[in-house]
Design a protein around this ligand. Structure first.
Ligand code: NAD
Length: 370
């Protein structure tokens, strides 16, 4: 290591079991059995109800095949997960899970399905297994989110931590190319902010650098051949590492801006991250030389990782401006005010004017300026 190695640091490892690379439907019964679960509910988005039902079938068909008393069955599929966990959706789902008498949940899908499982875990304390099918990374964190009357609240609570995560790259092969790219950038945003987090450690920095390397190496392959399992596996591996960094560090200005845009204006999560990240990174770069060094290595050598990430998003066909997502420029001042008035750490102090400049650049889709 370099002379920047810190004298002391704290690393909080999160207790969960991860299985990578096996067919999720083949191993789900074993995982439920391992956790001693007997009656689970499957959670997914409305658009993934077929997949949810297939999973429920896989769970039901394996009852009795793994032996012992802990074989689980599936009590039902709740296909209500939507972005940012609206409170009314969480409350309806909690009532349904109670009615079904479930003792655990299996979330299959992206951050929305996993977020709904976390809302249930927070309220009912039920253990949850996740089968992630995007690169959002929520399965690796103790962070929960809920949106009430247009305002997203987030918090950390160990009770929402997944008990077991099954990463099956084959289940990501149907993720549309455009979503794959923006979801990959969403993952990299976690790693970028972990590299300059106030509680970063050499361990989280290793994961962050490797996560960005893996995702930037894999995403062009995903775009060229969306069903190719080699690129899909590397992308999912990168997403796991990026999510794990977020699980062990405190996020900064970038995540704060994206939460405000998502919670208040209901902008799509992954796309918003893709557009905002290069601009916040460009703003922070002068204050974080070690993080710039790690990103430079991960990106194959560049003095300006923010610009390199922006160029990569462009090359991979991602939407580049908040304007394209339908955001009204007139909303920038209130979002800047909301972000500025909140509490969050950031390596460089950001005034309301700085935040406004970042939002203007992301709104217009400009190349990031340092
Ligand atoms: P998402 O879960 O809403 O998925 C996006 C869309 O893609 C959905 O319609 C879904 O049905 C579909 N989809 C998912 N996987 C698919 C596949 N393999 N093939 C085809 N379609 C598929 O979006 P997301 O970006 O994964 O998650 C966003 C949500 O997660 C937000 O609410 C965000 O706040 C939350 N999140 C939370 C954390 C955390 O730590 N708490 C971290 C990251 C994201």
């Amino acid at each position: 290591m370099t002379n920047q190695f810190p004298q002391a640091f704290t690393y909080q490892a999160l207790p969960m079991r991860v299985r990578f690379g096996e067919p999720a439907f083949d191993v789900i019964a074993e995982e439920l059995s391992h956790l001693g679960l007997r009656k689970v509910v499957v959670l997914c988005s409305p658009g993934r109800v077929e997949l949810g039902q297939l999973l429920a079938g896989a769970i039901r068909n394996t009852v009795g095949t793994s032996g012992g008393d802990s074989d689980a069955t599936c009590a039902g599929v709740i296909a209500k997960a939507v972005m940012h966990v609206p409170r009314e959706v969480a409350e309806e789902t909690i009532a349904e899970v109670k009615r079904l008498g479930a003792d655990g949940c299996v979330s299959i899908g992206g951050g929305s399905a996993i977020g709904l499982g976390k809302a249930i875990a927070l309220e009912l304390g039920l253990p949850t297994v996740a089968i992630p099918t995007t690169y959002a990374g929520s399965e690796m964190t103790t962070m929960w989110g809920m949106t009430t009357d247009g305002k997203k609240t987030t918090g950390r609570d160990e009770s929402v931590l997944l008990k077991s995560v099954i990463y099956d790259p084959a289940l990501t092969s149907g993720l549309p190319v455009a979503t794959s790219v923006t979801s990959g950038f969403n993952a990299m945003a976690h790693a970028v902010e972990a590299l300059y987090a106030p509680d970063a450690s050499p361990i989280t920095s290793l994961m962050a650098e490797e996560g960005v390397r893996a995702l930037t190496a894999a995403l062009p392959g995903v775009v060229d051949n969306p069903e190719g399992l080699t690129a899909r596996s590397e992308a999912l591996y990168g997403a796991w590492l990026c999510g794990a960094c977020m699980g062990s560090t405190t996020m900064s200005l970038h995540h704060k801006i994206c939460h405000a845009l998502g919670g208040t204006l209901n902008l799509p999560h992954a796309e918003t991250h893709t557009m905002v990240l290069p601009h916040v990174l460009a703003f922070n770069q002068p204050a974080v030389p070690t993080a710039v060094g790690a990103l430079s290595r991960a990106l194959g050598g560049t003095k300006n990782p923010a610009k390199r990430l922006w160029e990569l998003a462009h090359k991979l066909g991602a939407p580049m401006s908040l304007q394209e997502l339908g955001m009204d420029r007139g909303d920038i001042p209130s979002i800047a005010k909301q972000v500025h008035s909140g509490t969050y750490g950031n390596p460089r102090e950001a005034s309301e004017e700085d935040i406004t400049r970042i939002l203007n650049a992301a709104w217009a889709g400009e190349s990031p300026a340092i």
